[in-house]
Write a protein that binds this ligand. Structure first.
Ligand code: ADQ
Length: 470
């Protein structure tokens, strides 16, 4: 590709350092190969700073230019805590009950997108291709276009898109979706999300279909599609066989030699279905006495967005559930649940996954869920564990050979866990092989190349439409 790639996301990671998550690793990888620019918030909050203002800093990290902007306290609270994580995150995860529709948030959200657009535009070269990521930045292209920017711009939503009527509960939803028409390509994690978008634009925005996955509305045409994000299978395999993961694997095997391990690894978030998972585990211990004193659940829940109220509630609920399960079922030499409220270093995760007979990935709603994919890649193909996966994770569209469950159905989930624990070796191998085939075929490079190729094919649009009014 001769054009420079410019990636924009809320947070920016230094490609020279070990990144925490799959996505940061993947994006850093693409940028390293193409020598592009990564633009986003610096993570710094300026107390008493002027709203809509923030210092821009650039630095060269190998072939990648990192450009970051600071945010004032007021902007951070409205854009990040308020609109992004208090409105869009809950509603997009089907949790209208947790949304806080404070009218001040949307103005702050827009102000920061305008700030980013101004700072970014000054750095853009004529042939740059811009790839914007996630719900924090939905109106960014519209703000760039309002400044006269005619670049090819793509958007990828990492979280789910809810059905039209749920989306329509957001005051200003029409403004949000209109903003998506400023992009040349809009990508979703799953066919379900893409279907919701298609239904919304036709029923609520009266967009006219012009071609497969292509609609015209608000004087522009947008292309949309499902681009399920994959894992860097090669990188994660290497990580699995590296000393840190091996050491972790051996330690877990030694420590739990008489137990059968179940593992859950999540950010502590209400979308991840953690209380439901613990209730299903409690049900397993109640219904299937053979699991008592053997099945041990290791649940890692890394701290996340602790300044948002709903997160403190879930933290307390989890602590109380773990306490009561351990109190009621535990024994002097057996603690049924090991709950760890901490982040585990990425290098050690594969060792933990590999030592676990069952991987529990049971979100109530999830865009994709990369933990499900990481769990599978880390398994020993000769003696693999079993993935119990929520049908409401985007990953369930691809990983059909996992044991799919409805996480709201505590009894059904417990029965599936029991099935996983008892599954014969041959069936485990067969399922794992088929799942790995899908993961290798649709890895992160396939995702990236597919999205950028589709963006490259979109047709040039009319120039400078002045078209976003809040
Ligand atoms: P997240 O909600 O953050 O991401 P997920 O895909 O599950 O969720 O995890 C991302 C990364 O974080 C994984 O690489 C995982 O290993 C790591 N991680 C999670 N919990 C951890 C823990 N306790 N300790 C250490 N590492 C941990 C959003 C969407 C997802 C989508 C991704 C990528 O919500 O649905 O899959 O973006 O598009």
């Amino acid at each position: 590709m001769s054009s420079r790639l410019v990636v924009v996301s809320n947070r920016v990671a230094d490609p020279r350092k070990t990144a925490a998550g799959g996505l940061a690793v993947a994006l850093a990888d693409v940028l390293k190969n193409t020598g592009g620019m990564w633009f986003g918030w610096s993570g710094k909050i300026v107390e008493g700073g002027a709203p809509g203002e923030g210092e821009l800093r650039t630095q060269q990290a190998g072939p990648v230019k990192l450009a970051t902007v600071d945010l004032s306290r007021e902007d951070h609270d409205a854009y990040y805590l308020g609109y992004s994580n208090g409105v869009l995150w809950p509603v997009f995860h089907y949790r209208l009950d947790l949304a806080d529709f404070d009218t001040g948030y949307i103005a702050g959200y827009r102000r920061v997108n305008q700030l980013f657009a101004r700072k970014l535009q000054a750095l853009l070269k004529p042939d740059d291709i811009v790839w914007v990521h996630d719900y924090h930045l939905i109106p960014l292209a519209a703000e760039l276009r309002a400044l006269g920017c005619n670049h090819r711009i793509g958007f990828f939503l990492h979280i789910p898109l809810p059905p039209p009527l749920m989306l329509a509960a957001i005051p200003g939803h029409d403004w949000l979706i209109r903003a998506l028409f400023a992009y040349d390509l809009v990508g979703f994690q799953s066919n379900a999300d893409f279907g919701h978008f298609a239904r919304y634009v036709e029923s609520e925005a009266h967009a006219v279909p012009v071609d497969e996955g292509r609609w015209r509305a608000f004087g522009r045409t947008v292309q949309a599609g499902a681009f399920p994000i994959g894992l860097d299978v090669e990188e994660f395999t290497l990580l699995t066989h590296a000393p840190e993961a091996r050491e972790m694997h051996e330690r877990m095997k030694r420590e739990y030699s008489r137990r059968r391990l179940l593992v859950g690894v999540d950010r502590l978030d209400y979308s991840k279905g953690l209380p439901q998972r613990l209730r299903a585990f409690r049900e397993l211990l109640t219904k299937f006495p053979e699991s008592r004193s053997t099945a041990t659940l290791v649940q890692i829940a890394s701290p996340s967005r602790e300044d948002v109220d709903a997160y403190t509630d879930i933290l307390h609920e989890l602590e109380s559930l773990c306490g009561s399960i351990n109190g009621n079922f535990g024994d002097l030499d057996w603690m049924p649940v090991r709950y760890i409220h901490r982040t585990v270093a990425r290098a050690r995760l594969p060792g933990l996954y590999r030592a676990s007979r069952v991987g529990l990935v049971t979100p109530l709603r999830d865009g994709m869920n990369l933990v499900a994919k990481e769990y599978l890649v880390a398994q020993n193909p000769e003696d693999p564990g079993v993935l119990v996966l929520s049908r409401f994770a985007g990953a369930a569209e691809q990983l059909r050979e996992a044991l799919l469950v409805n996480p709201y159905d505590v009894e059904g989930t417990a029965a599936a866990i029991q099935l996983a624990l008892a599954m014969p070796l041959e069936e485990r191998r067969e399922r794992h092989e088929l799942l790995m085939r899908a993961l290798r075929q649709h890895d992160v490079h396939w995702w990236c190349d597919g999205f950028l190729a589709a963006l490259g094919k979109t047709m040039a649009e009319e120039k400078g439409t002045p078209w976003l009014r809040l």
